[in-house]
Design a protein. Structure first.
Lengths: 344, 344
């Protein structure tokens, strides 16, 4: 019923009002971090939730998001490469937010605040020099780069070193990256930003067709990890936890903490549709949800449908936007290398 | 390497060694319960786990399955119609097990035992006379009917009153039921038994095509709940919790309690692929996992791929095996009624 001009829609998480995204991509080797800044109409943080569904997660400030716990403002979410080392980048996000007066007010000094920055990391230490990983300055730089425009996708930020299709070993893997998508119903938008570093394959959530994943022995075609495993091809033992898909779902609809947690859970259904297999023992799959409250409320089941749809498409976009690379003897081709008409 | 004749495979949970299934179907109105009896090679219960992912669950003995808790034997799992009333049927399962000397030994009297029977229920009170629901005698009867042969599917047991496609109200719904499937890799089988009473639609996990769900206004074709919701068709407010998909995953591979919990989680990825939307605010989706230990160990990620595959196919089988019915003015057609070539 609004008479305002329709807002532009770019199939990106930044279509959600109150959301900005910034990447830091390390120039030295493929790793980096991505930050999602969130603010409600009062300029405070957004309501937040999380659902950790992989067996090998690396996270920070997720206990705070338990709906039974007190704080109900999240000022930013950090997604980072670098495995557990990358959690350090959240400190840089906190410092940038403090400098910009964004955080939970504590004490009588109006400048005194504690920014709330939940974070999750993915394992990319096998892609180049493992001693290089996102640190405090990386998190700060990602915040400084944050904008309301659609973020770059592919080999940037937390997706810089992301790979997929590792069930049969890194020699069969492909390059993946970070992707985004959004869905609008009425005046409400749900968007997703997902760094896809899965053990499994990426499939198109609409058609079910393989997009990227474990390659056959000739290296040029996709093997289909699920079909191969069911046919008895034994997985190669890889380092536990050397995978993980992490992401943020954001909506401008208002939500309680408890509902934000449920929205994060709905996002995992999107992962299940776009990544085969997913949530494995070797993945630390974690999704956050943010609700900025700039839009009116919407039926919660519809919001969940929007979330799973946006997450699934963001995963396919992540794979399609990636660029292939060689790291010493390791070839990590992209969708564009193997199947150019499938690339973004 | 075994020289034994290959075991027959029937695409059913009873392909898993140590598993028997029994249904009780109420002759008075469409409701009932199904029991999965499990025993390890020592004739004791199986290792068990659970993952509750819907927002409106009805369960019993799920806290016991927490890997941090003590008891590591499950003697049976009960799936029941009747909403929370149906939990009473677990008492009948316990009594039958006690009479057959199956349970956790307690005290010095060898006959003294406590059978461990986790249970979950689905809401079918709107299908006929809500005062009729599975009770203690129903649970006992399901045990007495339990066999190692492939169980009946469709409108039986916990699936007797199951329906799907309710996002736009019961007037658009279709009849669903209970279904089973199994997957074998080497000498290890993973099977699933799932009663599909979802708010959402059932889709074929291979092709993504709609199998059953919310019907269009003409009542003869499928609307596609996800597409309709994203196009702005508003869901009809229905009673919270008047849905729910519940099931059991079983494997003859040995597993710890913690791994059994993870296997149940992997099953939910199968639900996400076969039911759109799933895990909603109005569903109490719950999956149990049982590991009988009659077979050798297998790579856990492969077991999880098998679990999600078996669960997804069991959901499609549940819808395809259902028979349509009329309850007063309410028409609940089946796949066979609308699209006969799609039915089992």
């Amino acid at each position: 019923m609004s008479t305002a001009a329709p807002r532009p829609q770019h199939d990106a998480i930044t279509d959600v009002r109150g959301i900005q995204v910034g990447h830091f991509t390390d120039p030295r080797r493929p790793t980096g971090c991505s930050v999602v800044l969130a603010s409600n109409p009062e300029g405070q943080g957004a309501a937040g939730g999380v659902d950790v569904r992989g067996a090998a997660p690396g996270t920070r400030e997720t206990d705070l998001l338990d709906p039974a716990n007190l704080v109900d403002q999240v000022h930013a979410v950090l997604l980072s490469g670098g495995s557990a080392w990358g959690l350090e980048a959240a400190g840089g996000v906190m410092r940038w937010l403090e400098e910009h007066g964004r955080g939970l007010a504590v004490g009588s000094d109006p400048g005194q605040c504690v920014p709330i920055v939940p974070a999750a990391v993915l394992f990319d230490l096998h892609v180049g020099d493992a001693r290089i990983r996102p640190d405090t300055s990386a998190g700060y730089a990602a915040c400084a780069a944050a904008r309301g425009e659609p973020p770059a996708q592919g080999n940037v930020g937390a997706g810089a070193g992301a790979t997929v299709g590792k069930l049969f070993g890194m020699a069969h893997a492909m390059k993946s990256g970070i992707g985004s998508a959004s869905v609008r119903v009425g005046d409400v938008t749900v968007g997703a930003l997902v760094a896809v570093n899965a053990l499994g394959d990426v499939v198109d959530p609409e058609s079910g067709a393989l997009v990227a994943g474990a390659r056959s022995d000739d290296g040029r075609t996709l093997r289909g990890s699920t079909q191969a495993a069911l046919a008895g091809v034994a997985p190669l033992s890889i380092l536990a936890g050397s995978n993980t898909t992490i992401g943020v779902i954001a909506t401008d609809a208002p939500l309680s903490k408890a509902r934000a947690q449920r929205l994060a859970g709905a996002g995992h259904d999107g992962l299940a549709r776009a990544i085969h297999p997913v949530h494995t023992l070797s993945d630390g799959d974690t999704l956050f949800a943010l609700a900025t409250g700039h839009a009116p409320a919407l039926d919660f089941n519809v919001l969940c449908i929007m979330a799973s749809t946006a997450v699934a498409r963001a995963c396919a976009n992540a794979a399609r936007a990636a660029q292939g690379m060689r790291i010493s003897a390791l070839w990590l081709p992209s969708v564009a290398d193997l199947n150019p008409q499938e690339a973004r």
